[in-house]
Design a protein around this ligand. Sequence first.
Ligand code: SF4
Ligand code: SF4
Length: 65
Amino acid sequence: MAHQILSTCTSCGECEPNCPVEAIHEGDTQYYIDEAACVDCNGFAPSPLCVKYCPLPGTIVKIES
Ligand code: SF4
Ligand code: SF4
């Protein structure tokens, strides 16, 4: 499992500093998550911190990896 950022991302940057494993990066058109690095915040928080801090609900989603 991992998380993915959808194209509704406005590149506000709120999620990036809140990822405990630095899996979020700024891309050319939007931010993106390194799926190999994302641990779904297991061991760090009760729920995904990127989802918690993103101001646009539904922009960061859980995916099968
Ligand atoms: S779910 Fe957690 S580990 Fe994965 S990208 Fe979001 S903040 Fe980082
Ligand atoms: S917090 Fe949400 S809108 Fe902002 S950069 Fe991250 S995914 Fe994009």
